[in-house]
Design a protein around this ligand. Sequence first.
Ligand SMILES: [Zn+2]
Length: 196
Amino acid sequence: MIKIKLRIEKDNLSHKDTKFTNNMTEFYPSKVWQYCPWCGSKSFRAGAENYMQCDVCQKKFYINASAAVACIIENPQGEILFTRRAFEPAKGMLDLPGGFVSLNETAEDAVRREIREELNLEIASIQYIGSSPNQYLYGGVIYFTLDLGYKCLVSDFSNLQVADDVDGYVFISHKQINLHEICFPSIRKILQLYLS
Ligand SMILES: [Zn+2]
């Protein structure tokens, strides 16, 4: 029964769907950034989807995906731990704990660091689930992310305390998960990969 419900919602939640992806093109770097960072010329524009180029000095700036991690943590009852987002984008909506991978950091270290920062918990083991791209609007520009999903084993929840960019947490059983309460299409996709 759960599977059927998730399948139906999956069809309704294609990347064209949701208020988070509608009209996002106006916030693409190629629409927001107007000046060449090298020579200052205003002839700095999209050469292709993944780079911008200056007509004057010819230099190219590539726009690559930023890596981020999303963590599925279950309590001993098998309920999944969701965080509530403290800030925009998607302030107040449910999210999986996680965040951007820092420069020169592994995804696994990012998982351990984010779970410490957001929840004050230690991870006993990590298992990769799969990935999903997202478009993250922050500060008036889109960051193209690749969200990497991990199943994380936590054996001790006694120190659980939210901080950082998290406003609260809730444990939800698989049956009770409503994908429309989940912040981003990529997070829904990672949940679907895990639950299917
Ligand atoms: Zn230039």
